[in-house]
Design a protein around this ligand. Sequence first.
Ligand SMILES: [Cu+2]
Length: 119
Amino acid sequence: MKKALATATIAIIFATPITGFAADSMPGMKHDMGDMSGMKHETATSPMSEGVIKKIDKTAGKLTLTHGPLQNLGMPGMTMVFKVKDAAWLEKLKTGDKIRFVAEDLNGTLTVTSYEPAK
Ligand SMILES: [Cu+2]
């Protein structure tokens, strides 16, 4: 996270003279960079949370994730099992992968309904 913050700061410093309206643009810049590097910024516009894959169960169509806070579910960060909406996703994922994902409560089953790779 420290590295990401430093990168964001450098980007802001770099961008300021170009844009020329520093006072207005700075919070926006910070926000965008925060979304890109994940986790730190919880915003209404970005419901995705960060997770690290701990275990994959292709047979059951489930994975174990250590995840950050899930705003839409009112859940703090923890390690837990999720079902995935599309079991084919599990073919592309592997233990140790970092993802950004959205989890929803589908009829009482916490399910990863979308994801993207995170760095
Ligand atoms: Cu959880």
